[in-house]
Design a binder for this molecule. Structure first.
Ligand code: AMP
Ligand code: MG
Length: 417
């Protein structure tokens, strides 16, 4: 059986990132949140645009302080608020009132913050010895005009959107969002929108909703294909349709060794290459990863469609997504390599963590900070069928193969989800 890292490698190697020319669009900046840049963006401006004050205070010429007594200077009658272009040069031996963002007058090279001064009539008494050049934001100090502000492959979060706006970038070229089709399989499943009373033996299809939510959170477009019975003909028809309309397909259920598990068989029938059949991970061992060229194609992409058959147990299905599918979506979406892998940190386990040691084991729980240190609190019930137990989980403690125990108080590797 493949190890987790082998499976991760195989999956990422199967993903051919979007083509920046074909799979991209131009969006107004405000609509580009959570999208991935398809092109480097250079700053059109020097930022700051001119030397300006970082404080409310007084601008002066540092060298003048050598010639004055008692750190006391005359204040000019001018004031320099933000937004005003000042023409005069600061006269020797004088200082001028300036406000945050105000343009530094020629001649001045230092700003004294208001709190370090006292105004006595038209004189300024400095209460501290200033440092030359302080409290000035120099022209081009943050970025120079023409320099790369953000490179292709960067995901645009709020900070990036703001930084782009500050450089007067009105629109951006971003990758289109990947389309991810989702299918739930199982005779026992009843779709959430059904109005029929639940019969004995039936359960609500929660995976369709949970996976759609995960796909949306990952910045892709979820296309739910609904709940399908364990019927080969019916399932094949839905799989064909999903494959034709998406870049990635995820189906849940039907990938174990049960008599009603048809996903792999159908993929083979459709001529798919099967790259992964199972992974030494707990939960989430039955994982089918295949690639295939759809018989019929309605999406923009030329490449093959990647198919993930994940287990039906709700936490297992999510685990496959967290550990393998999220990174694949990020790579497909043109995001740079830092987004392809989960984030791991070290945290102190609050309780003993156990594993049988045969598979890499992921235990869900809550990562918090106590006295500034990361702490992992596991849940008390690890049934992969119990999604309720995962409510509020934001992290997974990882026990490697052959690692059967981590004692309370010891450090564990924790994956952030
Ligand atoms: P399977 O992988 O098809 O053998 O399913 C494993 C377990 O997960 C069974 O108990 C199923 O009832 C349950 N299950 C399968 N699909 C879903 C789903 N879409 N939503 C909730 N539970 C499911
Ligand atoms: Mg099933």
């Amino acid at each position: 059986m493949l190890s987790v890292s082998e499976a991760e490698k195989i999956i990422l190697n199967l993903v051919k990132p979007f083509d920046p020319e074909i799979d991209s669009e131009i969006l107004p900046l405000a609509q580009a949140i959570a999208r991935v840049l398809a092109k480097d963006i250079k700053s059109e401006l020097d930022i700051p645009h001119w030397d300006n004050s970082a404080m409310d205070g007084y601008a002066l010429r540092f060298a003048d302080l050598d010639n004055i007594q008692d750190l006391r200077l005359p204040i000019t009658s001018d004031e320099i608020p933000a937004g005003v272009a000042i023409a005069q040069t600061l006269a020797k031996g004088q200082c001028v009132r300036i406000f945050t963002g105000g343009m530094l007058p020629d001649g001045a090279d230092t700003v004294i913050m208001q709190e370090d001064t006292e105004r006595i009539d038209n004189f300024l008494q400095l209460k501290v010895n200033p440092t030359q050049g302080e409290y000035i934001r120099h022209k081009g100090e943050f970025i120079r005009s023409g320099a790369v502000l953000l490179s292709a492959g960067t995901k645009l979060e709020a900070t990036e959107i703001g930084a782009l706006a500050s450089a007067r970038c009105q629109q951006v070229k971003v990758y289109r969002q990947p389309k991810v089709a989702i299918i739930s399989t199982g005779n026992e499943l009843v779709s959430l929108d059904s109005s029929q009373p639940l019969q004995l033996g039936q359960i609500i299809d929660s995976n369709l909703c949970a996976l759609s939510a995960l796909v949306t959170q990952a910045g892709a477009i979820a296309i739910p294909f609904g709940t399908v019975r364990d019927d080969k003909t019916e399932l094949e028809a839905v799989m064909q349709k999903a494959i034709a309309s998406a870049d990635i397909v995820i189906s849940t259920g039907g990938v174990s060794v049960g008599d009603y598990d048809y996903v792999e068989e159908l993929l083979e029938k459709m001529g798919a290459d099967i790259h992964v059949r199972a992974v030494a991970i707990k939960p989430g061992k039955p994982l089918t990863v295949a690639s295939l060229t759809p018989a019929l194609k309605v999406t923009e992409s030329e490449g093959k469609v990647l198919y993930f058959g994940v287990p039906g147990n709700p936490v297992s299905a999510m685990m496959s997504f967290w550990r393998f599918i999220r990174g694949a979506i990020a790579k497909l979406n043109g995001a740079n390599e830092t987004y392809w892998y989960p984030q791991f940190i070290q945290a102190i386990a609050t309780e003993d963590l156990h594993s049988q040691g045969r598979r890499e084991t992921y235990l869900w729980g809550k990562l918090t900070y106590q006295k500034g240190k990361p702490v992992f609190q596991p849940v008390s019930n690890y049934s992969s069928g119990n999604l309720i137990s995962a409510i509020g989980a934001n992290a997974l403690a990882v026990l490697r193969v052959n690692q059967t125990y981590i004692a309370a108080g010891d450090e564990a590797i924790v994956m952030i989800i």
